[in-house]
Design a protein around this ligand. Structure first.
Ligand code: AMP
Length: 363
């Protein structure tokens, strides 16, 4: 196993804000990033060494991209399988395909997690609308019907409050779904965990997440967790990483209930709820991911400050001039064009107790 030296080129599939922040972290370590993105003017393009704007179906563009990089990663998990098949035959993709396949499909993901002994909400497959009544009879209501694939930020979800709601839900159901029992949680937390090429694991301190309209609004560290819940959260994330032979950073979203932690979903990439690490740790989630995929040792991700991360969504971007004047506030803007409702334009990290030392689970 060898470390990629500074000057090596990292290929990133997807050019959004995550690709942008990965590129900045990579540049700090002397790497160069090549972004592959189908949409014009990707936010990551402003800070990357090279950008290919081409569809994932363009075989020639994919080949040229692979030839120009030393390792490939992604900031977006819905890259078409055909593109991944081709790229994988040309250069290493980290995290590996199994991690991607598992998280792309909610049913596979839940089967995988429960197979590891990790608690999930009760669930039932709903391959077609004809299967919905049976699933409701098994799971009960209230429940949430989620598309098996391509759901994010609460999109592709319908709440079914009583069995009478099945008809309305059926009307919106156009693809295979999973029906999930509604979890009665007190709050939501996530663990951002990393695994290196040598199999070593490091987890950031869990963050407490507040969602609004299905979109992450804030992450606060430290999260409200007992010492044993914190340990459970970290052990659970580490078990997932080992089982997938994972290399890179992974986000695990959890519900906190009196009966224990319940896994909601995993994301095989740097995660919005890990943005606080940019101002709360010596080595943030983006650098940790770059270190992992290039074979470097994982860095010190212990938390040195209490932080509240707040997403700037849509018109929140208009608050930037005022935020720029506030003490202990770090602004991270994504260089996107016009604000639209629900569009993530940037985030702020408010450092609550500069200099405070946290419980530190970084190494
Ligand atoms: P997801 O897209 O699966 O992350 O869901 C978005 C948000 O919906 C979660 O962060 C929760 O706030 C809520 N949610 C999702 N699944 C459930 C569930 N089974 N029970 C209760 N709330 C849920």
């Amino acid at each position: 196993m060898s470390e990629l030296p500074p000057g090596s080129v990292i290929g990133i599939l997807g050019g959004g804000q995550l690709g942008r922040m990965l590129s900045v972290a990579a540049a700090r370590l002397g790497f160069r990033c090549h972004i592959y993105e189908p949409g014009a003017n990707p936010p990551a393009g402003d800070v990357a060494h090279a950008v290919t704007v081409a569809p994932y179906e363009d075989e020639a563009a994919l080949r040229a991209f692979a030839a120009s990089v030393d390792v490939i990663t992604y900031e977006f998990e819905n890259v078409p399988t055909s593109a991944l098949d081709l790229l994988e035959s040309l250069k290493p993709i980290r995290p590996n395909r199994r991690a991607l396949a598992t998280s792309q499909d909610r049913l596979l993901e839940k089967d995988f997690l429960t197979g590891l002994g990790i608690a999930c909400a009760p669930y039932a497959a709903v391959p077609t609308s004809a299967d919905l009544e049976t699933a409701i009879a098994r799971i009960g209501t209230p429940a949430i019907l989620k598309t098996t694939r391509l759901g994010y930020d609460g999109k592709g979800q319908v709440r079914i409050m009583s069995p009478d709601g099945a008809a309305a839900a059926k009307a919106t159901l156009r693809q295979a779904c999973v029906l999930e029992g509604m979890v009665d949680f007190s709050h939501e937390v996530s663990v951002i965990a990393a695994r290196g090429l040598d199999g070593s694991v490091a987890c950031f301190d869990p963050g407490e997440n507040v969602h609004q309209d299905g979109i992450l609004r804030t992450t606060t560290v430290p999260a409200r967790l007992t010492a044993s819940q914190r340990t459970d959260a970290i052990l659970l994330a580490a078990r997932i990483l080992n089982a997938l032979d994972y290399v890179g950073v992974l986000g695990v979203e959890l519900f906190v209930t009196p009966q224990g932690l319940i896994a909601n979903e995993i994301a095989p990439r740097v995660h919005n709820s890990g943005h606080w690490t940019q101002n709360g740790c010596a080595v943030d989630q983006f650098e940790q991911h770059i270190r992992a995929i290039t074979g470097w040792p994982l860095g010190d991700g212990s938390r040195h400050s209490d932080v509240v991360m707040e997403n700037l969504i849509g018109d929140d971007i208009l608050k930037v001039p005022a935020l720029a004047r506030e003490p202990h506030v770090a602004l991270h803007l994504y260089g996107k064009g016009a604000p639209r409702p629900g569009r993530k334009m940037g985030h702020v990290n408010r450092i609550k107790r500069p200099g405070a030392s946290g419980p530190g689970t970084g190494r």
